[in-house]
Design a protein around this ligand. Sequence first.
Ligand code: FES
Ligand code: FES
Length: 150
Amino acid sequence: MKLTVNGTTREFNGDPQTPLLWFIRDELKMTGTKYGCGMALCGACTIHVDGEAVRSCQYPVSAAEGKRITTIEGLDDKNEHPLQIAWAEENVPQCGYCQSGQIMQAASLLAKNKSPSDTEIEQTMSGNICRCGTYPRIRKAIKRAAEGTK
Ligand code: FES
Ligand code: FES
């Protein structure tokens, strides 16, 4: 099976039902995407498939064939996506574990909606859990990035 990850074609020869998360982390050694719950409940493993935020812990490799897979490593060539810049400016992370998932979730929102309302941000981000409680800074950084992309 051929999979396009961050613009590069990769081969996968294992069980087609393997979660994308394991392919990304264990085979491609891209460890920015995290394992939290394994049940699509926390958002730590969020990546994009054809621009949509998906939970890679519950997304089989076979479902991504022929689609564009983007991980945090491929979000921006220089790690200068407006969200990544805003995240640094707002000092969002605490332990950092949930943060790539948070950024990927937010990036899918801003790609479609450059001026999200507080409610839209709330709804989009509600499934991404942060045990450190960085939620206020996350919201602030999303707003800041949205301002910069208008
Ligand atoms: S690890 Fe995938 S949603 Fe929690
Ligand atoms: S920064 Fe620690 S879990 Fe979110």
